[in-house]
Design a protein. Sequence first.
Length: 82
Amino acid sequence: MTDQEILRLYFQRSEQAIAETDARYGAYCYSIAYHILASRPDSEECVSDTYLTAWNRIPPTRPRQLSVFLGTITRNLSIDRW
């Protein structure tokens, strides 16, 4: 699924958006979190928090690059947790 299709799901408030985000970007977000936290449980929690934050921000925000948007959220949450 493309980023635009995933964003369309968010704007439709479809819970499938989270599943598609996880399928496409779950490993990417986990990698960011793990490199900061070096803890599997904490990294998994940050990834979950990333999805919740994305759900709350989309809409009204329409990110140009979903990967950068999610990566930034994950990094900030991980730093806060660290």
